[in-house]
Ligand binder design. Sequence first.
Ligand SMILES: [Zn+2]
Length: 472
Amino acid sequence: MYKATIGIEVHAQIKTKTKMFCGCKVEFLGKPNMNICPVCMGEPGILPRINGRAVKLAVRTALALHAKINMRSIFARKNYFYPDLPKGYQITQSIPLAEGGYVEIYTENGKKKIAITRLHIEEDAGKLFHTAEGHSFVDFNRSGVPLMEIVSEPVIENEKEAVAYLRRLRQILRYVESSDADMEKGQFRCEPNISVSKEEKRGIKTEVKNLNSLKAVERAIKYEISRQKEVIEDGGTVIQQTMLWDEKKQMAIPMREKEGVAEYRYFKEPDLIPLFLHDEDIDEQRKYIPELPNEKFDRLIVQYGIKKEEAEILVDSPDIASYFEKSVGSGCSPKYAIGWITTDILGELNKAGKKFSHIKIKPSHLADLNKLIDNKTINMNIAKKILHSIIFTGESVIDYVKVNNLAQVTDENAIENAVKEVIEENVKEVERYMNGEEKLFGFFVGQVMKKMKGKANPGVVNKMLKDILNRR
Ligand SMILES: [Zn+2]
């Protein structure tokens, strides 16, 4: 039996207005090379200055990850040449801001803690663009943008756990507002290292880069595990290297053999003194930590009796979770609220290509719909119709029912007449039904509902149909 061992490095962009060591603006899609200065361009004689806000947000993140914060951490230079790195080195940390900690995930076998090795602060490099004509361009706007590198222990066993870990980690960053962690904008970059082995000892690992979505991470890990297994099965050895994920070809392509640590010639950043933290700095950040995703997940299930998958949807977006809780608070049953939100509202948003913040329908609308169902003014089908109609208008439910004459007909005479008509109009179907074709009952219900323009109380329709058909 082969066992896969996976560790993941994440680079998350810290949500600051300015860069890590200078006052240049942090901006996505700014005009190229507009947000630069001598410091982030590495011109001679420059002096970096630490962005205090970035440190605070990194401390907050470390707390949310249950990590131990180092009261003294050290900035260091990692030396290498690359066209997107004008300084010739990157400032990172040799003693990290924090060590240890974990992210708890849910697997098929229950809860599992994915241990964190360390969290350190560093600066980002620029960005290269290559044209089809063979020209290359470089944009230094991203040079010096603050990053947190979060490294996991190699304790992840498959692609599913990897995705669960990354999803939870991303949620935590968003909950504590230390990063927007948008993968498409490169604010949350994941580099898994993967090895397989038949023995206890870990096999030779490869690293995969260029993963722009969690789906890509999942596919790349799956691909790499089976590729390495095949190499070993065929009697070969896995080479330690960095691979690039090709989303179009759905395969990982070797990029370069991995550099050893020594080749970067790390040394202390001579222009920065050690970063000292005080207890007050840490206590201050503790105050900004809200209910975290795992706590929310457990609470929602216990408090509202919703399913795990439903809770997962709510946890992924605190806005939606809060909307759900407000709906229940206004008097909507949790069962109706979760169904309407996750199926109807999110479905409609998906279709329209809009965001949750675009909806006009309020939690109180859901409570109103629930009330009208309870007092038998409308049935579930009509409720859904109304819901879909008012998502982007926020019209009053009561008015909508009045204006569109949607109140349910519970008048038994009207329903009885419709039932009789349907039976008269469908003699053949009635005969088949009487001969045992019971599934036709649904057809009769449909026909009666059609005659009643969908407004008949389905309970009454069912009962009446059964009574009349059985009397024959
Ligand atoms: Zn700058």
